[in-house]
Design a protein around this ligand. Sequence first.
Ligand code: ATP
Length: 284
Amino acid sequence: MSGVEYAYAKLNLALDILRKREDGYHDLRMVMQSIDLADEVSISPRSEPGMTVSTDLPYLPKDEGNIAAKAASRFFAVSGLPPVGLSIDIKKRIPVCAGMAGGSSDGAAVLRVLRRMYAPDMPEERLAEIGALVGSDVPFCVHGGAMLAEGRGECLSPLPSLPPCWLVVCKPAYSVSTPELFSKVQVKKLRCHPDIPGMAAALEQGDLEGVARRLYNVFEDVLPRKYHQIFEIKSTLLGLGAMAASMTGSGPTVFGLFRDHSPAVQAVEVLTAQYPSVYLCRPL
Ligand code: ATP
């Protein structure tokens, strides 16, 4: 038996940093939304023990450095099931180091396939707990949809997904270092914080306008000037009719929220002429 699973990307509709903890991590409060941009993860058992990982991006790790392999190891270690030799193949569609949880999503897809193949009675909650041992975004990716995520991102409460809309997603050619950004955050000096209860209420009411008004990521407050393209992409999206635009995660990817298809398509055309990775997506 083998299994194939889509590993969906996420966007942060809101990202707030509440405090720095004694253990050096930060307590976050975020609204995360899965979108229909996805990697394709295939798993098949093999006769030899151990794991092989192949991907269509040669620079990604092929050992336990790959989040997909780490997830598979944790699955067998924690569930107590005897480890099985596996071949994992990943077709990457989600840009890497983009703030879209591509690696975490691959790890979550591996967990879902392994549950289906070897532990069909395991509750999704248990799978998410195993995911938390792999990475803080993995539990969200196990469930998908829309969630309020707190702590390091692993404490989850479900929310209704965005009402139907179009998301134009654009990643500049560079990446932003997440540790560098966190090192720039002084929580007391952040100028604004997103209205996350208001956003949750807007999602509950299916109020796209209310969600759009509250899109906000506090990391944008501390972005060094060298990342100016992030603000240029936001301006382009807003100029082309996006209801709102924001960076996702620790960037550098930016997305614009559109009610209607045709301005979203036009925004994709304009941005594609300037940036390497542009996608027209829908919320899941
Ligand atoms: P997040 O939004 O969760 O912060 P990200 O989108 O910024 O994540 P990823 O693309 O998930 O970043 O991964 C970043 C790092 O993880 C890279 O250094 C990459 O080499 C490593 N990595 C390990 N496994 C994978 C994988 N399956 N897909 C992508 N990156 C992976």
